[in-house]
Unconditional design. Structure first.
Length: 76
């Protein structure tokens, strides 16, 4: 079950609080402590190819787009 499916199911239980609390207890997605899904790009939300150095928290795609605006220079 993906996170979006989990949120859709919660909408169905709005008027049934007892069932909703039981559902949340057993089906809520875990908070990640390790692995690729722990770190996401702050700009686009991708998981892989992260640049976390200097506190950027961007994927390589977003970094290439905004690197010059951040003050990085491209050397050929």
């Amino acid at each position: 079950m993906t996170a979006s499916d989990w949120r859709k199911a919660l909408k169905q239980f709005r008027k049934k609080p007892a069932i909703k609390t039981k559902y949340v207890k057993h089906n809520k997605p875990k908070d990640r402590t390790t692995g690729i899904a722990k770190k996401k790009c702050e700009r686009c939300g991708r998981f892989g190819a992260m640049i976390n150095r200097y506190g950027l928290n961007l994927c390589r795609h977003c970094f290439r787009e905004i690197a010059e605006d951040l003050g990085f220079k491209k050397y050929s």
